[in-house]
Design a binder for this molecule. Structure first.
Ligand code: TRP
Length: 336
């Protein structure tokens, strides 16, 4: 039986944080290592330019993120790890799919409404509008079965399915309908400063998130400042909003140490939040240390990074090319 295909992308606009790691990348690595799925992971640089990027910083940041993915454990031999803009098929299919996407459905995308709301009337760029069409191309061009993404991206996945269905009904079975994949057993990691919100890479408050490249001191300091409650009780109460801070810290500590909530609760039964926060900070810093060490080695080896990027792009292209060929044929493009 053919292996199922797993696919996800992340914008290289900021260094991933521990929420991205514990909630996503760590699971990608585990699934890569079981070898049960064929996986495609990429840096969505085409999506990133929907917001103006400084070219020099953008290049640097894309390299940083790529090196970090390798340091977090993704392996070019086991997964296809690549930069989206290196695989030209994404852009071509995006144009084609744009002709099968409706103005109305794109206008209803929550992310577009949120992001375009920040611009003056009529001044949001078209890339922001057609962002989900490119995302549909990213997914459909690999015939992905499962797309592990956050809940905020679920709507874009639904749209990808609708576009695929529309194309299939016009031209016959071409694209597989991808499924949303809610990664099991992942830690729900919230902002350290506003625990009712998810930890986010784009949070303007630098203390809200712990980034994968933060120094040990910085990590410990950020956890010390984390917002909790006044109950002074390390106890997990998942549906109690007032415990959102402690719930999240317990989730992080559990993800970092492998301890269960009950065990953590008894470990800190006689202790205050100060001790608990220090322990969380140290456990996270311990997880980050070897990743950062590996990152520094990889990041300083430009030739190695480039060869990994090439390997990933070739793997991805090899899978994307035949499908794009079939699409061109079905549409009636002359092929040379
Ligand atoms: N839009 C996704 C995000 O911001 C990133 C992304 C781009 C993506 N293309 C994708 C995720 C394809 C999954 C599949 O998180």
């Amino acid at each position: 039986m053919a292996k199922k295909t797993f696919l996800s992308g992340i914008q290289p606009t900021n260094i991933p944080h521990i929420g991205n790691y514990f909630g996503a990348v760590k699971n990608w690595v585990a699934s890569q290592n079981t070898g049960e799925m064929e996986s495609f992971y990429f840096l969505a640089d085409l999506h990133a330019i929907t917001v103006r990027q400084d070219p020099k910083a953008f290049k640097n940041q894309t390299l940083n993120c790529f090196a970090l993915f390798l340091a977090m454990g993704l392996e070019p031999e086991k997964s296809a790890l690549f930069v989206q803009s290196h695989v030209l098929e994404h852009s071509e299919l995006a144009w084609i799919l744009g002709c099968y996407a409706m103005f109305g459905e794109l206008s209803r995308m929550t992310q577009f409404k949120d992001k375009s709301g920040a611009h003056k009337e009529g001044e949001a760029n078209i890339g922001l509008f057609s962002y989900p069409v490119l995302q549909a191309a990213d997914i459909l061009i690999y015939n992905a079965d499962f797309v592990p993404v956050g809940k905020d991206q679920k709507q874009h996945l639904e749209l990808a399915r609708n576009i695929a269905q529309r194309f299939n009904s016009a031209h016959g079975e071409t694209f597989k309908l991808p499924e949303y994949y809610a990664t099991p057993n992942t830690a729900k990691i919230m902002s350290l400063s506003e625990p009712s919100k998810k930890m986010s890479k784009s949070d303007s408050n630098p203390n809200a998130a712990v980034y994968m490249l933060d120094s040990r001191d910085m990590v410990i300091k950020k956890f010390k400042r984390a917002v909790t409650d006044s109950e002074a009780l390390v106890e997990y109460r998942g549906d109690d909003e007032s415990k959102a801070g402690i719930n999240s810290l317990m989730s992080i500590y559990s993800a970092a140490t492998g301890k269960g909530f009950g065990e953590i609760q008894s470990e800190f039964a006689e202790k205050g939040y100060g001790d608990f926060k220090t322990a969380v900070g140290e456990s996270v810093a311990d997880i980050l240390a070897p990743i950062q060490k590996k990152y520094n080695e990889i990041r300083s080896d430009g030739a190695f990074l480039e060869s990994c990027m090439k390997q990933g792009a070739e793997k991805a292209s090899a899978k994307a090319r035949p499908l794009l060929h079939a699409v061109r044929e079905k549409i009636g493009f002359l092929q040379l």
